[in-house]
Design a protein around this ligand. Structure first.
Ligand code: NAP
Length: 457
């Protein structure tokens, strides 16, 4: 479990003079001014700058911009890469907001940069508060002399995330999933979300609507069933003269992937139906707001209100922080962030008994080459905390998975994790943990870290 540990003794204003002149970036001018005024009111010296002009403490307001999340996180990354190693950079961000597109996940981004650039001092200071800018600015000032780390400020105090010693607590509460649950599962046709969905179906029954971009196509009758990409590509290449088979290696690769995706979705549907539940697959790109809205409206009109949501859709677009471009953020944020935002804006939230979000351990520990992905998953974690607070009768859980043996972890990645001493989660064990905690854990256990800890930067 990921717990918020309250930092004792930091509810007082620090000796600001000792911190020297503080710079604040003017990306969000009104907020920058509120923070500068709060620092000066407490005897400190602060200036508003377009970019850090010198070493020392610098507060960045790029994370408070009101532009779309992928753009905002990309801009925050660009700002975060500017300072030299003698700068102590603090990225300000909202961890809660009525408009969830204003929530950020900069803690994941900062942790990834610290891993990629050892010795860099870059931390996230998140606030979960509905207070005015001036009041929040005062909370920020009270946190400025905390030891270097990522913190969350609330009206009740300053908190630091810390994984609990136990990976996952044993189930505590009785099952609360009526058999009539209508589950909407993004990414549920394939990958590790499919394993979790099948396990859920065994436990709860109900109806399952699985969303994914892949098309379901018939497996050619002349082709032996196969599940390995390399072997299937080989078979197709050997049968190039068959009218079903395309010509070039690139087209053969695409065709093979399409057949395997389709066959995996069909197997998932069969496995869910074998539990006595209903299952259907709906082709939809959840990063496309307009088409997703019409898909959801149609499904609700057929099945009735969605009462269980599992959000597993996700893609990677890896690269070291200084190579990541805006496109890579948009790619990663489309299913994880835009998808969930659109779904939550369309559903009747009060009807939801369960919300299970597929996040990643990279949000908690950071990961080399995954600053964009870690940020999107940290956003998911923040949204989960907010939803759980808003929906006291709903089980809201965010699963920060370490690497699984399957899904987006291919053989090469699996080897890399194993070499780093990070164990892989078996598909059976991961599915069991998911169903146990989504269905039975107590309401206030919201974020779970499953797997080995890494890279404490
Ligand atoms: N596997 C791991 O070790 C691991 C670790 C940490 C976190 N996670 C998280 O767990 C989730 C599942 O990962 P996985 O390993 O199973 O990955 P995967 O095998 O690549 O599956 C990803 C799933 O997301 C769907 N998807 C992606 N983009 C979509 C879009 N725009 N619209 C609709 N569906 C979309 C995919 O279906 P289509 O391609 O058909 O669209 C697929 O079903 C992800 O959110 C991932 O971040 C996985």
């Amino acid at each position: 479990m990921l717990q918020s540990v309250r930092i004792a003794g930091y509810d007082r204003i620090p000796d600001l003079e000792r911190l020297g002149p503080i710079q604040i970036t003017n990306a969000e001018p009104e907020f920058a001014k509120a923070v500068r005024d709060a620092i000066e009111a407490h005897g400190g010296a602060a200036s508003i700058v377009s970019a850090p002009q010198r070493s020392g403490l610098c507060l960045f307001t790029e994370g408070l911009l009101e532009n779309p999340p992928a753009e905002r996180h990309y801009q925050a990354l660009q700002a975060a890469l500017l300072p030299d190693r003698n700068t102590h950079a603090i990225m300000l961000e909202r961890a809660s907001n009525d408009a969830i597109d204003q929530i950020s996940g900069l803690s994941g981004l900062c942790r990834s940069i610290r891993i990629e650039r050892p010795g860099t001092h870059i931390y996230a200071l998140s606030f979960r508060s509905s207070q005015t800018n001036v009041e929040i600015a005062s909370l920020i000032v009270s946190a400025l002399s905390l030891p270097s780390d990522d913190y969350t400020l609330t009206e009740a105090g300053v908190y630091r995330d810390s994984p609990a010693d136990e990976d996952v607590f044993p189930p505590l509460a009785p099952l609360r999933a009526p058999a009539s649950t209508v589950w909407l599962v993004t990414g549920g046709g394939r990958g590790v979300t499919a394993d979790c969905t099948i396990e859920l179906a065994k436990r709860t029954g109900g109806s399952f609507i699985l969303l994914g971009r892949s098309e379901i196509v018939a497996w050619p009758s002349w082709l032996e069933p196969q599940s390995e990409l390399k072997a299937l590509r080989g078979t197709l290449a050997r049968n190039k003269n068959h009218p079903d088979v395309p010509n070039t290696p690139a087209e053969i690769d695409r065709f093979a992937r399409k057949l395997l995706a389709s066959s995996e979705i069909s197997s998932t549907l069969k496995a869910i139906e074998a539990t006595g539940s209903n299952a259907k697959y709906v082709q939809a790109d959840i990063g496309d707001k307009e088409s997703l809205r019409s898909v959801l409206a149609k499904q609700v009109s057929i099945s009735g209100a969605i009462t269980g949501l599992v959000h597993g859709a996700g893609v990677l677009s890896d690269g070291l922080a200084d190579r990541l471009d805006l496109k890579s953020f948009e790619t990663v944020f489309a299913p994880k962030v835009i998808g969930l935002q659109t779904i939550l804006s369309c559903l009747d939230l009060q009807a939801l008994h369960h919300v299970g979000l597929f996040s990643s351990a990279s949000a908690v520990f950071g990961n080399e080459g995954q600053a964009n992905y870690a940020a999107a998953n940290a956003w998911l974690n923040n949204v989960a905390v907010q939803l759980a607070a808003e929906l006291p009768n709903t089980q809201v859980k965010s699963f920060c998975w370490g690497p699984w043996h399957g899904g987006m972890v291919d053989d090469a990645l699996a080897r890399m994790f194993t070499e780093r001493g990070i164990g892989l989660i078996s598909r059976q064990e991961g599915a069991r943990i998911f169903a146990d905690q989504l269905l039975h854990s107590v309401h206030d256990q919201v974020r779970f870290v499953i797997g080995d800890e890494w890279g404490s930067a």
